[in-house]
Write a protein that binds this ligand. Structure first.
Ligand code: ADP
Length: 256
């Protein structure tokens, strides 16, 4: 798409010429399109839990509250949907914060410490039949970043690995590799069909919407991860085999 704008170039007392600006606005249009798609997706995603909450509140008010068993069940649903709404809003805010690329809190970070904090946080989600393999590196050269971004990245990847793995293990590797900080998260879970691999980083894209919803997913996790990787000029790679597992590999250059 082309947009042309013309304006006269006026001198002291004569017209010197005409200035014609021809712009290729294909990219701009595409961006506008993406933005309006995002807004309508957000609206839809926020409306779904809200509609459900409203429905159950109405039913309770219309008499269901008198049956303790039923009202307990409805309150549990309202609780879950409220939690979903909260996670969605958190993720949407986080995504827009990262997208604005205003990262003022860049500091030399002790990555081993950051990883330890994340592992401690997620430890309770591992069980007898789902183990975490992680051997901390004795030393990782300090990495200039906003530690909370790296934390968010790790939490999202590990959380997914846990959510989409019924049993087996999740393996985390975080180490220096040449000029990069290398992060690998692999699991022995359900895997992702090849044809969906290129889409999983899109906002709100889920391979199995029902499953993601049940697990409390917002569909924004990998989009957040991708944006954080881009923030540090890094690369992300995913390999997966259905019923065997998935591996995400991230390389963040030290010289970003
Ligand atoms: P969600 O909140 O749905 O997990 P994400 O953006 O984090 O959203 O991931 C997008 C989709 O990619 C998920 O819905 C799921 O289908 C797929 N996915 C992500 N990580 C994994 C994984 N480790 N194993 C299998 N599928 C995964």
């Amino acid at each position: 798409r082309i947009r042309a704008t013309a304006a006269p170039l006026v001198g002291e007392d004569e017209i010197l010429g005409i200035l014609i600006l021809v712009e290729d606005i294909t990219k701009l249009k595409k961006l506008e399109h993406m933005r309006s798609d995002f807004v309508s997706n957000v609206t839809h995603e926020l409306k779904t839990p809200l509609t459900s909450i409203r429905g159950f509140v109405d039913t309770l008010k219309n008499g269901a509250i008198d049956d303790p068993k039923v009202s307990r069940k409805f309150l549990d649903i309202i609780d879950i949907e409220t939690e979903r709404l909260y996670s969605l809003i958190q993720d949407i805010l986080l995504l827009s914060e990262i997208e604005s690329k205003q990262d003022f809190e860049i500091q030399p970070c002790n990555i081993t410490k950051v990883v330890k904090e994340v592992v401690d946080l997620l430890e309770p989600k591992f069980k007898e039949n789902l183990k975490l393999n992680y051997v901390p590196e004795p030393y990782i050269r300090p990495y200039y970043c906003n530690a909370s971004r790296i934390k968010e990245l790790l939490i999202n990847l590990l959380d997914n690995a846990i959510k989409y793995t019924e049993e087996g293990s999740v393996t985390l590797i975080c180490k220096e590799d040449g000029d990069d900080l290398l992060i690998q998260v692999s699991d022995t879970g359900i895997g992702i069909e090849q044809k969906y691999l290129s889409r999983i980083f899109e906002r709100f894209y889920r391979v199995d919407k029902g499953r993601s919803r049940k697990q409390g997913g917002t569909g924004l996790g990998l989009s957040i991860v991708k944006h954080i990787v881009e923030l540090y000029n890094g690369r992300i790679k995913v390999e997966s085999k259905v019923s065997e597992g998935t591996m995400f590999e991230i390389r963040l250059p030290y010289n970003n």
